[in-house]
Design a protein around this ligand. Structure first.
Ligand code: ANZ
Ligand code: ZN
Length: 880
């Protein structure tokens, strides 16, 4: 199709590039780091991969041509569950499975002509890499930021492993197996990410080039809430430490509206020893019944509760407030206890109604704006801030914000509380009872307890000789000669920790290893990292908007604090943020066919697509339902990138992907219109051939002298520079690859339809510029076209050794500009002025006065003042 044999051209150039790498035109001191999220080596690339790597490749190739020393590396997020599952299901060792997949995918990336720096390749499952992952674990441990605690964890009953909160979806199901997650208590390792909650939140402000949506998600995930902690005295026979129930509230102004307290089922007061006998049995039964609740959402939505028989004293009124146990109170948020204000909190309102807690609900805050004599609605809680009413006693008349401050002042004076901040962010549970991960470098000794493995003994090798039979606990526990070891402190018999690290730990620092991937003595060299970080453009899926990015920010901030790298002067104020620009690419969706009656997904062989506009179900002759949905096996709507590129060519595929949608939007994959890109590339090549045959060899100058051009040539030259401006902006700043391609298509049309002769230097200049600008997106055909252009300064070189076209500002200025002429401030006519005279005010005035139209307005008039806009765009004659 289209006259080019894409397959042959790709082979030719891939071979050439392999033989001699093009030397890009580097300018000293300019460096650029472009990175796409490294893939999990699942087997083969999918269309989403093709999209993300085409984007990063385009940015990388463009920056190289623009003179930057570019890092565009690639590696493999190679630890994780699927390798282990493949081992169990198909009896292949995870190491082999992973290695084979890597080699397949690497071959595919090369075929896609992605220009990656393979000398920096890494795999997280490689001991050379995970040695340093373990080393960082030890740094966190040393700094008191890695610790072990018993925790109620999310237990995946299918995969038999603990999951991070983040791996449990909104319905309480495992992100991987889809099983309903259960709650179980286990001793686990945590990173104290909460210690960094404030900078992780605050520094979102310096991320000017991150999508707002992602920053909002991180903001909500960290979930900062300000308010106060108040203590309510418990008048009962309980231990000293339980003589007060402490609550966290975000609404201190509602203190006088508190009508009862609620505590989490796990609260220490909920103990049969402390509860009055007549209540104890019922409370304990209730709490036991909750353990059967399987997911956290159910717990949070549960409106039931039971009176404990205990009372607490209101710190201001001394009123006796009943204490209830309530599953909606989370044990790990705030203090695990709530001062309930049914009038102003929805959950408290519902709880009070559902459990008949109070006779009358006490409103203490009223809306700020009220009509005279209006009756305030008391049929639902008032949730907003407002003004405190008569029921608020001494606080009456204050606005909520004033009342908060006043109540906190009173609390401090009377010693029942203080202001407080809470975060929704939890510490990062990082241990996994799984095999295919980096072993946690800790030894448990009967006498010395928890002993870190000495740094000199790293890596703690993952034993490769292991039988993986499937379910249950941690596989490493069974490798006895590995588990049993000597205590580094007392030399006595000890045991290794058998947990491995969450793979999010591996991926939290890989972008740092790339700057110095073969360092034997350190995770990376301080100066190299300082020079290269932060990553200039990071491209990846929005599914990583929270976890991967938050963990990476945590790591990079911690490592900067620890002095592993510093802030380079140009990046000052960056505060250890790892990624300067974040580009989140949208999903690639596949065309999906469904039976209109049963809504069953149809396989490709069930649909007749001979008329693409009018698909038919072969069996029934009916028209199927058509939609675009996330590609998946169960929907039979997946597309194999290799098939696509073999059928249509690599460059047309790359262009088609970039052209169909802006990077952040969903891409509805459809290969029907790839033919358009094939035709355009063929046209581009024809233009190059014609210029190569006819146009005189150009000079090496970046730009040309317009004074020797005729009008037609000037037009082409101007159009070329307008395009250079647009495309440069798209590839460096806005990432609007689709509009860049549209602009390039326009330029090629403009050149071929212009009256300019193909034998002029301007023609060659325009075509050369066009080919250079197409090169980052369609590298094979650009090379082929560059070769066709021939010429002394071209012959030896690859297009990727050429400098990106530089912008000729003169060419952006039009020949003539329109000057608006006003008489006494009213627009009367316009006059064209040669652009080069526009700065000269007396000339502009002369042109305006000489215009034939001036007669009507100026003849016989006395001009007493002339007002002029800069640049000759407007003249205003004040006349009498
Ligand atoms: C009294 C009150 C009055 C409250 C009112 C709200 C409105 P955020 O903003 O998410 O931080 N709360 C405190 N600890 C809790 C826990 N462990 N489980 C469930 N709820 C808890 O929410 C803070 C509010 O959530 C707190 O402020 C508390 O209810 C409740 F008009 O205290 B509030
Ligand atoms: Zn010991």
């Amino acid at each position: 199709v289209g006259g080019l044999n894409f397959g042959n051209i790709e082979k030719k150039w891939q071979k050439r590039w392999a033989e001699s790498t093009p030397t890009p035109p580097m300018t000293a001191g300019k460096s650029f780091y472009v990175l796409s999220m490294f893939p999990y080596p699942s087997g083969i690339l999918h269309m989403g991969h093709v999209r993300v790597y085409t984007i990063s490749d385009t940015v990388s190739r463009f920056r190289k041509m623009a003179g930057y020393d570019v890092i565009h590396p690639m590696g493999w997020d190679a630890f994780g569950l699927p390798a282990e599952n493949a081992a169990i299901e198909r009896n292949i060792h995870p190491a082999k499975w992973t290695k084979d997949n890597i080699s397949t995918m690497k071959g595919q990336l090369k075929k896609l002509s992605i220009d990656l720096d393979w000398s920096r390749e890494l795999a997280t499952c490689d001991p050379e890499y995970y040695k340093w992952t373990q080393y960082f674990f030890l740094q966190f441990h040393k700094a008191g930021l890695a610790y072990q605690k018993e925790a109620t964890v999310n237990w995946d009953p299918v995969d038999q492993t603990v999951l991070a909160n983040e791996q449990v979806d909104a319905e309480g199901k495992s992100w991987r197996s889809g099983a309903l997650v259960e709650r179980k208590k286990l001793k686990q390792w945590f990173f104290k990410i909460t210690e960094f909650a404030e900078p992780l939140l605050e520094d979102l402000k310096v991320l000017d080039h991150w999508p707002d949506r992602v920053k909002q998600m991180q903001h909500n995930w960290i979930g900062k809430s300000t308010g106060a902690n108040f203590r309510f005295q418990v008048d009962a026979n309980v231990p000293e430490t339980l003589k007060h129930v402490e609550v966290f509230t975000s609404r201190p102004d509602t203190l006088l509206g508190v009508q009862y307290l609620t505590v989490a089922p796990e609260h220490p007061l909920i103990n049969s020893e402390y509860l009055p006998n007549e209540y104890s049995g019922k409370v304990i039964d209730f709490v036991e019944s909750l353990k059967k609740v399987q997911n956290m959402d159910e717990a949070e939505n549960n409106k039931q509760g039971v009176f404990t028989g205990l009372y607490a004293q209101h710190p201001l009124t001394s009123e006796q407030l009943p204490i209830y146990v309530a599953p909606y109170v989370l044990s790990d948020y705030g203090t695990g206890a709530v001062m309930a204000v049914p009038a102003h909190d929805k959950r408290d309102w519902e709880f009070a109604k559902a459990n008949n807690v109070v006779d009358e609900i006490k409103f203490v805050v009223d809306p700020l704006v009220q009509e005279e004599g209006a009756i305030i609605d008391r049929s639902e809680p008032f949730l907003g801030h407002g003004v405190l009413n008569a029921a608020s006693g001494k606080y009456q008349g204050m606005r909520s914000s004033e009342a908060m401050a006043a109540v906190i002042t009173d609390a401090k004076e009377n010693n029942f509380g203080d202001s407080a901040v809470q975060y929704r962010l939890r510490d990062w549970l990082l241990s996994r009872q799984r095999y295919w991960g980096a072993p946690i470098p800790i030894i448990h000794c009967p006498s010395c307890k928890v002993v870190p493995v000495p740094e000199a003994d790293l890596p703690v090798h993952l034993p490769l000789d292991i039988a993986l039979e499937g379910k249950g606990g941690s596989p490493l526990q069974k490798v006895e000669d590995w588990v049993n070891c000597k205590c580094p402190k007392c030399n006595g018999p000890a045991k290794r920790d058998t947990d491995t690290m969450d793979t999010f730990v591996d991926s939290s620092w890989y972008y740092m290893r790339y700057v110095d991937p073969h360092n034997q003595n350190l995770p990376f060299d301080h100066d190299k990292a300082t020079e290269r970080l932060p990553v200039d453009v990071y491209i990846g899926g929005v599914e990583h908007a929270i976890l991967h990015l938050l963990y990476s920010r945590f790591f990079s901030k911690f490592l900067m604090k620890q002095g592993f790298y510093s802030e380079k002067p140009e990046a000052s104020g960056n505060r250890g943020e790892p990624f300067k620009v974040l580009l989140t690419q949208g999903m690639v969706q596949g065309k999906t066919f469904k039976d209109p009656v049963s809504h069953r997904f149809l396989k490709p062989e069930e649909v007749d697509l001979s008329d693409p506009v009018n698909p038919k179900i072969i069996n029934s002759g009916e028209t199927p339902l058509m939609s675009y949905e996330k590609m998946s096996k169960s929907k039979y709507n997946g597309t194999d990138p290799t098939t696509v590129t073999e059928n249509h060519g690599v460059d047309p595929t790359r262009l088609h992907i970039l052209y169909k949608a802006p990077p952040s939007e969903a891409l509805e994959w459809d290969d029907v219109s790839i033919v358009g890109m094939q035709r355009w590339l063929a046209k581009l090549h024809r233009l190059a051939v014609s210029a190569g045959n006819e146009a005189p060899r150009g000079s090496e100058a970046d730009t040309m002298n317009m004074s020797s051009m005729n009008t037609e040539e000037k037009k082409v030259y101007r159009f070329t520079h307008n395009t250079i401006q647009q495309v440069t902006d798209a590839l460096s700043t806005s990432f609007g690859f689709n509009t860049a391609i549209a602009d390039l298509i326009k330029l090629s049309n403009f050149i071929s339809s212009s009256a300019i002769s193909p034998s002029t230097p301007t023609y060659r200049y325009a075509v050369e510029s066009l080919v250079k600008m197409v090169a980052p997106m369609a590298p094979n055909i650009a090379e082929e076209s560059w070769e066709a252009l021939g010429g002394d300064h071209i012959k030896q070189n690859s297009v990727f050794s050429q400098r990106w076209p530089s912008l000729d500002q003169k060419a952006l200025v039009a020949d003539e500009l329109k000057c608006v002429v006003q008489i006494n401030g009213k627009t009367r006519y316009t006059v064209n002025i040669p652009a080069e005279l526009a700065q000269d005010q007396s000339k502009v005035e002369e042109f305006a006065k000489q215009s034939p139209q001036s007669d009507k307005w100026l003849e016989g008039k006395n001009v007493h003042r002339v007002i002029m806009a800069k640049g000759g765009k407007l003249v205003n004659f004040l006349v009498k």
